[in-house]
Design a protein around this ligand. Sequence first.
Ligand SMILES: Nc1nc2c(ncn2[C@@H]2O[C@H](COP(=O)(O)OP(=O)(O)OP(=O)(O)O)[C@@H](O)[C@H]2O)c(=O)[nH]1
Ligand SMILES: [Zn+2]
Length: 225
Amino acid sequence: MTYHNGNNGHHDHALADVDEREYETLIIQGRGKLEGMSYHSDAAIEDAVRVILKQIGENPEREGLQKTPSRVAKMYAELTAGYHIDPDALINEAVFSVGYDEMVLVKNIEFSSLCEHHMLPFMGRVHVAYIPNGRVVGLSKIPRIVEMFARRLQVQERMTVQIADFINQRLEPLGVAVVAEGVHMCAVMRGVKKAGATMVTSAMRGVFRDDPKTRSEFMAHIERG
Ligand SMILES: Nc1nc2c(ncn2[C@@H]2O[C@H](COP(=O)(O)OP(=O)(O)OP(=O)(O)O)[C@@H](O)[C@H]2O)c(=O)[nH]1
Ligand SMILES: [Zn+2]
């Protein structure tokens, strides 16, 4: 839909210059992968950033800001690349049959994401454990799975659950545990301004949910740092 201001056919604001179909195409062009692909800029995002710059009282044409709209557009392509990752390509058949049924734990996986409420970063660490049921996944794939769900607009709870459910579906293990610890810039830089507060979320599936001993073994591992 386009909006006209009614007098000379000019649009009210820059975003309205792009109709919806065009806008979708631009979004698709703007997508990026986590690596191995350059990020394209997105004209509609650039226009929107120029509007924001003007509205906060800045001059988008001044030297330091001239390239900012295209930088921001590329930045969003990178920070939201997780929407466009193909989970099958990510796993790349790196699921192996192994007769190992003890806990596999990958801890201190760093993540950064954007909160969906303010589009400000939240970042921290994720710890992932599972107990295989005949199948294990390539070690590097666990941080990649975390990235796929972090590089979207998120709430930390949903990111945590998505990581757990994805591993649960792909490996059908005896259990999965995911704990995320995040610091939210929307609570640090603005609003309540609580710099020291960390949010901890968890998702437990299978034996981690049903068996307190397995769960506390996992918690003991991650509390050790
Ligand atoms: N549960 C949860 N809340 C989040 C997350 N990221 C941001 N929030 C919160 O989402 C809430 C949005 O609340 P609103 O009252 O709609 O927004 P607001 O007026 O900006 O709120 P304040 O931050 O309290 O100033 C805030 O309490 C944020 O701290 C997250 O990952 N999980
Ligand atoms: Zn927020």
